[in-house]
Design a protein around this ligand. Structure first.
Ligand code: NI
Length: 268
């Protein structure tokens, strides 16, 4: 069925995401069984700054649905730039889109990524459900491993293409689990491993945002030559604090997200 509405698109993005991250469904079900109703704080998407697939191109269906630009972020070490978008309807998740700054990498990496993007049929990037289309190119394990040497992020996008990298539970909307330490402990008691890079809790009340996340699960991905296990997606948890004006902070904290990006690093 062709997707035409923002809710249809968000539903499809969730379905695609849990298909390769069954742990997220398991955690979702755990909270539901505790009587919680889950709202998503944000959904994260990844891309390259190649002109066909920039943040602005990826953001198109969200802008059309009434989302507005909410802020931008620089990740110097990871060579990323990101923007977030939010909707007047606060029940809709924020959309966080990052792009890899290709010009900051080797000519080989740039050539490889350009060749991947150019495999896409004309105008594919304007398909309404492009953000859940999956990998729109073929790629070998050799290319994947080559990209991995320079950037986990480039390798991830090469392997998975266009689909959510993570969904994020909005902790403020939970009744029993409104404390992030309590929530983390509950998950660990249920055998769920958390990303401990930079500490389990990224951010603080002082910066108005606390986040934690699971580690990305490894899944078998079919490349053009063979299938190998690679880190896929993770599930995130975010608690927001009010600003001086009483409204909840709706932005992101670059220093925290920098560590969260490492949830999809190989070797974790
Ligand atoms: Ni996030």
């Amino acid at each position: 069925m062709e997707i035409k509405t923002i809710n249809g698109l968000l539903d499809k993005m969730w379905t695609d995401y849990v298909a390769i991250n069954p742990l997220a469904q398991k955690i979702h079900d755990l909270f539901t069984s505790e009587g919680e109703e889950i709202l998503n704080d944000h959904i994260a998407l990844r891309t390259f700054n190649h002109p066909r697939v920039t943040i602005d191109v990826i953001a198109k269906p969200f802008i059309e649905a009434g989302y507005k630009y909410g802020g931008d972020y620089h990740f110097v070490d990871k060579k990323l730039y990101a923007k977030h978008y939010e909707h007047p309807n606060k029940d809709l998740p924020k959309i966080f889109i990052s792009e890899l700054k290709l010009q900051d990498f080797s000519p080989e990496l740039q050539k490889t990524v350009n060749a991947l993007v150019e495999q896409m049929p004309a105008a594919l990037e304007y398909k309404y459900d492009f953000t859940s289309i999956g990998r729109p190119w073929t790629v070998s394990t050799e290319t994947y491993n080559q990209l991995l040497k320079e950037s986990d992020y480039a390798a991830w996008v090469a392997a998975f293409g266009y689909r959510p990298n993570h969904f994020t539970v909005f902790i403020n909307n939970l009744k029993k689990f409104s404390d992030i330490t309590f929530l983390n402990n509950y998950l660990k008691e249920h055998g769920i491993k958390l990303n401990a890079s930079g500490g389990e809790i990224k951010g603080s009340k002082e910066v108005l945002l606390e986040q934690s996340s699971t580690l990305a699960n490894n899944i078998a991905v079919e490349f053009s030559d063979k299938k190998i296990d690679v880190p896929a997606c993770y599930y995130e948890f975010a608690k927001r604090y009010p600003m001086a004006n009483g409204e909840l902070y709706s932005g992101f904290v670059a220093a925290s997200a920098d560590k969260i990006f490492e949830s999809t690093s190989k070797g974790q």
